[in-house]
Design a protein around this ligand. Structure first.
Ligand SMILES: Cc1cc2nc3c(=O)[nH]c(=O)nc-3n(C[C@H](O)[C@H](O)[C@H](O)COP(=O)(O)OP(=O)(O)OC[C@H]3O[C@@H](n4cnc5c(N)ncnc54)[C@H](O)[C@@H]3O)c2cc1C
Length: 438
């Protein structure tokens, strides 16, 4: 069996590695348009934070590691087109015949329609290695940076640049940041804290009408203008509408349509990662889930299904965890603001407790649940202490359709240095207010 995989990032590499284990005799070839495999999308920021010595180190695998597993990698070779009826793909270098094809060519962080699209000197994003390489010296030199989009990528970039003592302007069309993952009131302690940062300026409810470049960048907002040394757009990622993508049935947002087993409208062609629309376990309708864990799992499931349909892809919950401006933020599942997407009535409960018996740093917690059954639907966590790992337990509870009553009896370790008397999820169902459950 000859398996061609397009894209050497999370989805493509995980698919290749799992396929290698399942089909020892298969020929597995990854085609990648960049000159490097496995670059971390936040690699530029991690390098600026001195967590990676160079951008070349900000990778999760290498060509050599893949070759050792007998996975061939063809770098700097973009896919141009494909003919599903002939089982053929055409790259810039050749035409190849496949038995199975996996599209894992992901997404891009498209620049907005802001007037700089034809400026060769300007690179809008740092998602891949080449862009990060080009942007790095510009970011290092810039004293003032404007960021368009206060989602996770924009906030992480702003936090890094503020730490580097740069002046940061963060522009967001919504009225608060991270709106996909948190309710606005829940973020109050965090947002109040951010107001004290002198070199960080937010512009909420604001859209950019145009950006011009003349030595500096001038960013025209609804009613004002900002001048900065560099501008980044950290807007939503989306699949690129490449010529070959048009060979398959697409959703209206250009994601590739797949069945439950990740096979596209063309036989023997699968699509994974940021290319697809996925089921969300607590919603009737699926959604676009551009996340690394989702990409990796979908790659693994596609590998399972290459020869026969044996594993349904279950999608995800949109679980995130991050540290920005000294705060740990985590979220999974439904938030109150999007209650309208859930078919039944929801209820919420918020409380605060100290992180442990020796550390009184507050952990803010908000639970969203189905009112009638008390089934857990979503959790938001916020603290200046590291509480991120708890979100994975919450995600598992939601996936397992656990109720608050059942969560009261979940077993957790107690150790006074690391825990409070009760774990947050044990106590959601208790009528106690803030601080301790009893
Ligand atoms: C700045 C930033 C930070 C992020 N941080 C996080 C995070 O911390 N956690 C998280 O869960 N998510 C994060 N994300 C989202 C994450 O990057 C994506 O969900 C993930 O990369 C998707 O993986 P993928 O393999 O599906 O696609 P991609 O990572 O987009 O990879 C697609 C690959 O295909 C290649 N390719 C594209 N077109 C072609 C072609 N025509 N021919 C050959 N090869 C091609 C590309 O070069 C690329 O290597 C971040 C996104 C951004 C923009």
């Amino acid at each position: 069996m000859k398996v061609y995989i397009i894209g050497a990032s999370f989805a493509g590499v995980s698919c290749a590695m799992h396929a290698r284990k399942l089909y020892p005799e298969a020929e597995i070839i990854i085609i990648e348009k960049n000159g490097i495999v496995g670059f971390l999308p936040g690699g530029l920021l991690l390098h600026l934070q001195d967590k990676f010595k160079s951008l070349d180190d900000a990778v999760f695998t290498t060509e050599e590691q893949l070759n050792k597993q007998h996975i061939e990698v063809k770098l700097s070779e973009p896919l141009l087109d494909c003919s599903p009826d002939k089982h053929e793909i055409t790259t810039t270098k050749s035409t190849y015949h496949y038995d199975k094809l996996v599209l894992a060519n992901g997404s891009e962080q498209k620049s907005l329609n802001i007037g700089l699209e034809n400026d060769d000197e300007w690179d809008p994003s740092f998602k891949n290695y080449d862009l990060s390489h080009k942007i790095l010296p510009k970011i290092q030199k810039a004293q003032t940076i404007a960021i368009i989009g206060a989602g996770q990528a924009g906030m992480e970039a702003a936090s890094t640049f503020v730490d580097l003592k740069k002046e940061v302007h963060l522009i967001e069309a919504m009225d608060y940041p991270l709106f996909k993952y948190f309710d606005p009131n829940f973020l109050k302690p965090f947002l109040t804290d951010l107001q004290k940062i002198p070199n960080l300026q937010f512009y909420f409810n604001t859209t950019v009408s145009e950006v011009t470049e003349n030595g500096h960048y001038e960013i025209f907002l609804d009613e004002q203008k900002i001048t900065s040394d560099y501008v980044l757009t950290t807007v939503n990622v989306h699949p690129q509408l490449a010529q070959f993508a048009k060979r398959f049935q697409l959703h209206s947002d250009n994601t590739v349509q797949t069945d439950n087993y990740l096979e596209t409208s063309a036989q023997d062609v699968f699509a994974v990662g940021d290319l697809i629309h996925s089921p969300i376990r607590i919603r009737e309708e699926g959604a676009y889930l551009p996340q690394i864990n989702h990409a990796i799992r979908s790659g693994v499931v596609a590998a399972e299904n290459l020869q026969q349909t044996r594993m349904k892809f279950k999608g995800g919950l949109r679980t995130i965890g991050t540290k920005i401006f000294g705060w740990y933020l985590a979220s999974t599942g439904l938030i109150e603001e999007e209650a309208f997407v859930y078919s039944n009535e929801i209820a919420t409960k918020s409380f605060t407790q100290s992180v442990s018996l020796v550390d009184d740093t507050p952990v803010f917690c908000k639970a969203v649940f189905e009112k009638s059954s008390k089934k857990l639907l979503g959790i938001q966590l916020l603290s200046q202490a590291n509480c991120l790992e708890k979100i994975n337990t919450a995600a598992l509870a939601i996936e397992s359709q656990v109720t608050l009553t059942e969560l009261m009896q979940n077993d957790y370790f107690f150790q006074p240095e690391f825990t409070n008397l009760m774990e947050p999820f044990n106590r959601i169902n208790m009528e106690s207010g803030d601080q301790n459950a009893f």
